[in-house]
Design a protein around this ligand. Structure first.
Ligand SMILES: Cc1ncc(COP(=O)(O)O)c(C=O)c1O
Length: 462
């Protein structure tokens, strides 16, 4: 495929990736626990316990065979130990001296250990692999330098530039891009995420970038299907338009298969060397939804040229992210607490989502519909034509219950949002969710009665 001028521009700006991605084929995300096997002594040994063992041996070096003997490992367990050691090497916590011996690097800092933890953390999600066979040597340096850049630094649209967003999309992004005078090109979504069949006419208007939320979208909770992910990558390449992939919720999946992030698909195209543009996706994620929003820590995976520009911008904005917060994140990540915590919140949020879906089914009138999010924090309610959610909002407050009216999630055509409400299911206890939906249904029925929309009560459900 020949480069046209806009594509050449994208190549120039985005250069090549310094990350490795993992083909999702053959990857079992750790949270599905599908591959049962007999536990071994390794399961009870944390990484830090393995490192301590290595440290205790003479001159901080240890032979692989010596470790195998000491731990009494056989067969597949030996192979597992070798993979664990390789991961520790990739994360900068261990160095390999020769084919058999390992040592603890003196310069191991909290930062490179955190980078390692994150690699493993992401590995469970099938994104970044610490496997040496596919890990690009630049990757660690890239993450180490730039892991703590918060997503808003990416909003670099020039005054009046066009930015393509989903309709609806994340309010915070609309605000961030608006500061730079961005004009929004909007493309609708449905239950399978962005309508890629409606994308091309907007791409022909040369937006500076597309801002896309593939997983459990905020506000609608929908997920971009696999087929549309491929189509999106193809069109981004065809028109030379970069994608900013914002993925704060990807780890919070409650059902179904993990889908490869756009950045991974883009990278795979690159590896196949089939003429695709080099590195068209900038990936963002954050600790906000898994650890704590107040900690203000996030990371970006992007081509090195993009990252170095972001570093300059960030330094100009705040010199650096609070070291204290980084140390706190390091402490909770280093021994696996964070991974366990994510497993736990998946359980809790899944239950709350189910309670909300059940309560909606029970209390809401039949002509109101809602999405069934497979993860994330939100679901999206669609009211009949003629509804004004801002009026409904007032009626809901009178019942002491609140939601976010849909119009604020639209870049243009705010009126399209007036039929919608965003509901959060992660925050409240199940009994409160049920009571909240019951009260909201009172306001909804009242509103439908007084507006022009016809009211039907779900047959036999109330
Ligand atoms: C899609 C999306 N991106 C980014 C953020 C904010 O992330 P952070 O807290 O790291 O700024 C949110 C939070 O609600 C979000 O929904």
């Amino acid at each position: 495929m020949q480069c046209n001028s806009s594509r050449r521009m994208a190549v120039l700006i985005l250069s090549e990736y310094a990350i490795a991605s993992q083909s999702t084929a053959g990857t079992t995300p750790e949270y599905y626990d599908l591959n049962y096997r007999q536990p071994t002594i390794l399961d009870r040994l944390s990484d830090s316990a393995i490192l301590k063992k290595i440290e205790r041996q003479s001159k901080s070096t240890a032979g692989f065979k010596q470790l195998v003997r000491e731990l009494g490992l056989h067969g597949a367990a030996r192979q597992e130990l070798s993979q664990r050691l390789q991961r520790l090497i990739n994360s900068g916590q261990l160095v390999q001296i020769d084919s058999d011996r390992y040592a603890i690097p003196k310069a191991a800092t909290s930062k490179n250990v955190l980078v390692g933890r994150l690699s493993m953390h992401r590995d469970g999600y099938g994104f970044v692999t610490p496997d040496a066979a596919t890990l690009d040597p630049h990757f660690k340096a890239l993450l180490a330098g730039d892991i703590f850049i918060p997503p808003p630094a990416v909003g670099s649209a020039m005054h009046g530039d066009r930015v393509l967003v989903e309709a609806p999309t994340y309010l915070g992004a609309l605000q961030a891009f608006s500061v730079y005078g961005a004009q929004f090109l909007t493309v609708p979504i449905d239950d399978d995420g962005l309508r890629t069949d409606q994308l091309e006419s907007s791409l022909r208007l040369s937006p500076k970038f597309m801002y896309i939320l593939p997983n459990f979208q905020n506000p609608a909770g929908v997920t971009l299907s696999e087929g549309r992910r491929h189509q999106l990558i193809f069109l981004a390449d065809k028109y030379g338009i970069p994608i900013i992939e914002d993925d704060p919720y990807g780890q919070l999946r409650y059902e179904g298969e993990h889908l490869a992030p756009l950045v991974v698909l883009d990278r795979e195209n690159l590896r196949r060397d089939n003429g695709f543009t080099l590195g068209n996706v900038i990936y963002l994620s954050t600790f906000s939804k898994t650890l704590a929003p107040g900690i203000r820590l996030a990371w970006i995976v992007a081509p090195p040229d993009v990252v170095s520009k972001l570093v300059m911008l960030k330094q100009a904005a705040d010199l650096h992210t609070a070291t204290f917060n980084q140390m706190v994140a390091y402490e909770v990540a280093k021994d696996g607490f964070l991974d366990q915590h994510v497993k736990r919140i998946r359980q809790v949020y899944r239950e709350r989502r189910d309670v909300m879906l059940q309560a909606l089914q029970e209390f809401f009138p039949a002509e109101v519909t809602w999405t069934h999010p497979k993860g994330g924090l939100f679901l999206w309610v669609t009211m009949p034509e003629g509804t004004d959610c801002r009026l409904l909002f007032r009626a809901a407050l009178a019942e002491n219950v609140a939601f976010v009216p849909g119009d604020c999630f639209y870049g243009n055509d705010l009126a399209d949002g007036c039929r919608h409400m965003r509901l959060n299911f992660s925050h409240s206890e199940p009994e409160l969710i049920r009571e909240g939906i019951r009260r909201l249904s009172v306001a909804v029925k009242m509103h439908l009665r007084t507006s022009h929309a016809p009211l039907e009560v779900a047959g036999g459900r109330r």
